[in-house]
Write a new protein. Sequence first.
Length: 238
Amino acid sequence: MVKRIARAGVFSLFLLAAYGALCQSGHPSGDLLQGLQFDGSNSPQVQRQETRVWPSLPDAPSVLPPTQAEKFYTFIEEAGSPLILGAVGVNAALMRETEPGGIGSGLQPSLTALYEVVFIQKESSVFLGKYLYPALLKQDPRYYPSTSGSFLGRTTYAASRIFVTRNDSGKRTLNTSYFLGVLTSVAIATAYRPYWARSTSAPFKTFGSTIGSDVGINLFHEFVPGIRRMVKSHAPKF
């Protein structure tokens, strides 16, 4: 019963926060409907094509500021990505191997219980870091591929997007919305766990594993589209 109430409270908090962030926009409902139309105009593939014409400069003031709907679309797309579910599974398995204590009964936590905790932390991190805080802090949560031609340059760029992002004006800035999202989600996950299952090291491990998995997701966004195009171009045609 306590877990159900806690879970309902967390989801209710997210819904209230989303409504409040949408109210920050002058016409949120219109932008939201426009952004959620299934015409592919806000898809990452179209955004990559559009952004490749921009020069690889630290700032890009000519970039159109993202709407609230585009930020919400970014959250929806990443929250339902198989990459997130895979990252949750890996983090839960690592937690089970490194933590001696458990959630619920028994000395060893069950993988299902750990998966539930990590899932709540990861999804809340995506919501806060990809939508709520970017909407409040006027930052762009979308990933823009590198225009570098070298493997090392693209790898470094993808990893650095954890620390550097763009604001709504297109200028480079510290990715405060992401770090606030991770820190808040870690606090939510810690509060969700029973007090006897908490440890002082668990939040730091969760924080580090979240950043590590997000770097991997950025690398996926950077290289996989090109790999797909290469495979498709060499696929036999019947």
